[in-house]
Design a binder for this molecule. Structure first.
Ligand SMILES: [Zn+2]
Length: 494
């Protein structure tokens, strides 16, 4: 193989730093509410989160509880005791001039998250996950960071509790990153410590490098020396799950092209410009020593051992998926669909208490989720209408309306107009046709269509379908096609 050919065989190596906002009622070191959506800037502030002189932080226990839950879910080591540090740097969104974070004693270390990517199991190492405070947010008016006329600062976000989750450089493709972020969000939501709908609740920085493919073992392992020798870029400012996919795909192809053209990939920090869909070089990043980390003297060390013992975590998505397959006899695909969010899984379990589990699975996984998705709605939007939904499934199970009418008319009107299923059935006349009515329609169809009857007797297969269609039309779709078929055959073959 020529040197050029070797160089083209490149493997992708990615590591992530994911910032996740923890869902707590108040900020991490003060009593300000974190529910700031739609509120005026700088209305959720106090001397603590504004960094005024003399103000002292008090640790929010709910944030520690959330961190311990996440640590347990990631199967991480949670130390007996942890502590906080100050990370010093100047930026307008950081009024104190330092960020309270964790340094040498993070609350979680050495965890893992198991994924399934294209049918293959992958295990992603979590180097650490630590608690810290979110800075405020900046709004550049009239342009981007370099071209804006001026910049506004909003401290509503300052002090929102964050977990920074640092992975090992274990990702070998952008698809694996996508699967990881989806799985992480799933776990966080199951734990009830995260709100994916909140703006900026998940932000990603990624380290990306390309190494010669032959350096990667079959199980994805790479020699640390190879990793250290490869130049990597850090891409910052990825503010969403979707953005991560685009930013990483862009950066991988940028590096690949540079290497193919014989250029060197600079070791640098790059900024993801979401609007332009590209990464751009940023000024040199501070090195760790520049932050002058030192112990946060205003907060005592935190004994985590007690928390660890008393906090339990709920059944997580993988376990619930396995249980659904075992307990309800669902296949893997249905079990997966029904456990993507805790809300969907809860909804399914409520419905399934009353019906056959596979009928409930079809109705929740295929019909309801499909129709909700089409309307950009979530199962939480109909959670208070569980009774109505159960009634709809009951109508189908009792053979009172056809499957097709239930799906295409009743369910859709329930979602679009907020009406209950019995009202739709009555208004649209969808109740099963009476036996006598169907027989009359069969007789009429035969009488009105002598040509089709002759074709049927001549052995033309299409003729029967035509007659079934006529009967269905006469009964307004409320007859059961199977029954109509049988009745017609019986009459025609007399
Ligand atoms: Zn405050």
């Amino acid at each position: 193989m020529t040197a050029q050919a070797v160089r083209e065989e490149l493997a992708v190596v990615i590591g992530l730093e994911v910032h996740v906002q923890l869902e707590t009622a108040t900020k991490i070191f003060c009593g300000c509410s974190t529910d700031t959506a739609g509120d005026e800037p700088n209305t959720h502030t106090c001397p603590v989160c504004l960094g005024l002189p003399g103000a002292l932080p008090v640790l929010n226990e709910a944030a520690v509880e959330a961190a311990v839950k996440l640590g347990k879910a990631l199967d991480a080591d949670i130390p007996e005791r942890t502590r906080f540090h100050r990370k010093n740097y100047f930026y307008p969104d950081l009024p104190k001039g330092f960020q309270i974070t964790q340094y040498d004693a993070p609350v979680c270390q050495d965890g893992t998250l198991e994924l399934s990517v294209a049918g293959e199991r992958r295990s992603i190492g979590i180097e650490r996950a630590h608690l810290e405070e979110d800075p405020g947010s900046l709004q550049h008016v009239g342009g981007s960071i370099d071209t804006a006329d001026y910049t506004l600062v909003d401290y509503n976000r300052a002090g929102t509790p964050l977990m920074e989750i640092v992975t090992e450089p274990d990702f070998r493709s952008v698809d694996e990153v996508r699967a990881f972020l989806a799985k992480l969000e799933e776990v966080l939501e199951y734990l009830g410590i995260y709100d994916s709908q909140r703006d900026g609740s998940l932000r990603v920085d990624a380290n990306i490098s390309l190494v010669p493919a032959e350096e990667v073992a079959a199980d994805g392992a790479i020699d640390p020396a190879t990793l250290a020798a490869a130049n990597r870029t850090e891409v910052k400012n990825i503010s969403s799950h979707k953005g991560a996919q685009k930013a990483l795909a862009y950066e991988v192809s940028r590096q690949r092209n540079a290497i193919r053209r014989g250029r060197v990939v600079e070791q640098e920090t790059r900024h993801w410009d979401e609007a332009r869909g590209i990464t751009v070089s940023m000024r040199a990043k501070e090195a760790e020593k520049d932050y002058r980390y030192f112990r946060e003297a205003d907060l005592p060390p935190l004994e985590v051992a007690d928390w660890k013992a008393k906090i339990d975590i709920p059944e997580l998505p993988d376990a619930r998926r396995a249980r659904f397959q075992r307990e309800y006899g669902l296949n893997e695909e249905a079990a997966s669909k029904l456990t993507t969010t805790k809300q969907v899984a809860d909804f399914y379990e409520e419905v399934t208490e009353r019906f056959d589990p596979s009928l409930a699975a079809t109705w929740v996984a295929d019909n309801l989720l499909g129709e909700l998705n089409y309307r950009d709605m979530a199962v939480t939007d109909v959670a208070d209408r569980l009774e109505e939904f159960a009634r709809l499934v009951e109508l189908v199970a009792g053979d009172e309306i056809t499957e097709k009418n239930a799906r295409e008319t009743v369910l859709r009107r329930m979602l679009d107009e907020g009406v209950d299923p019995d009202t739709v059935v009555e208004e649209a006349g969808l109740g099963r046709a009476e036996a006598g009515e169907v027989e009359q329609a069969v007789a009429a169809a035969i009488e009105e269509n002598p040509d089709a009857v002759a074709d049927y007797h001549a052995g033309e297969g299409g003729a029967l379908n035509f007659l079934v269609g006529q009967v269905m039309q006469k009964t307004g779709g409320s007859a059961d096609p199977g029954t109509v078929n049988e009745l017609l055959r019986a009459r025609l073959d007399e």
